[in-house]
Design a protein around this ligand. Sequence first.
Ligand code: 13P
Ligand code: SF4
Length: 317
Amino acid sequence: LTAGPGWDDEIRRLARERDAVVLAHNYQRPEIQDVADHTGDSLALSRIAAASDASTIVFCGVHFMAETAKILAPDKTVLIPDARAGCSLADSISADELREWKSEHPGAVVVSYVNTTAAVKAETDVCCTSSNAVEVVASIPEDREILFLPDQFLGAHVKRITGRRNLHIWAGECHVHAGINGAELTAQAQADPEADLFVHPECGCATSALYLAGAGAVPADQVHILSTGGMLDAAKNTTKRSVLVATEVGMLHQLRRANPDVAFRAVNDRASCGYMKMITPGALTRALREGRDEVHVDLETAERARGAVRRMIEIGR
Ligand code: 13P
Ligand code: SF4
């Protein structure tokens, strides 16, 4: 299932026929990123999905992203080229577990990362992405307790920046980002002391990067904790010859396109998300030809989740 000659034209033709806009997350395979109408991070793609006037959205990403598009645009047809493309982080909390956690903290504000199922979003006050998690938490009155879920590393990052003491963090993680460890990051940063470090806040090594900066092992202005969209902006402006990148490896494609003069290197080149890579050129072709896999969110769940998702797309950059 590879992209052969003329494949791009075929995808463009099929998308026109179906009145579809094709969205791709920054972790998608390079050929999918290149053929999409828009490539971006979770927040940017949610905003595009909400504003698009196409009648069909083809979401090349994982299932919770397509669900989020459906919540925001219930009248549109939302397709994901392979409905099995899940997310270990979204699987780390169920709606029942969240209801139980809420019952232990009555009155707390629930902040859910967008990497959650629609059923969890329906139990949420406000969603966030890695681009705007700090702003979302900062917008909540100081005296309100906060339940932040499901990512423990993003939660720790937000707590560090905002200094919120009344923020409780669920112990979930993404298997890809948790696997990018501090020892690898430290060794590579020491081998290339001039390099900038771009670190996604879902990484287990985000704390190590800040520790390196705190200990003076890396100048603090070389450490950047960023969403995938934030990495792209930073790539365009970096003055460094090399950048060490701690996130899923699909990100390197956009970074190299954004600034071909810089050597972008993965801190862990095995950090590949198998779910993201399920969206193959063949699967995208099939989605556009056959109109599947269609994403459904039941009306009541979507209704309950919509407010939290709308607040997310209104806050931050
Ligand atoms: P962002 O694109 O929002 O940085 O999210 C990264 C991610 O892990 C999505 O699964
Ligand atoms: Fe989920 Fe991690 Fe894959 Fe992102 S990289 S989709 S958080 S499993």
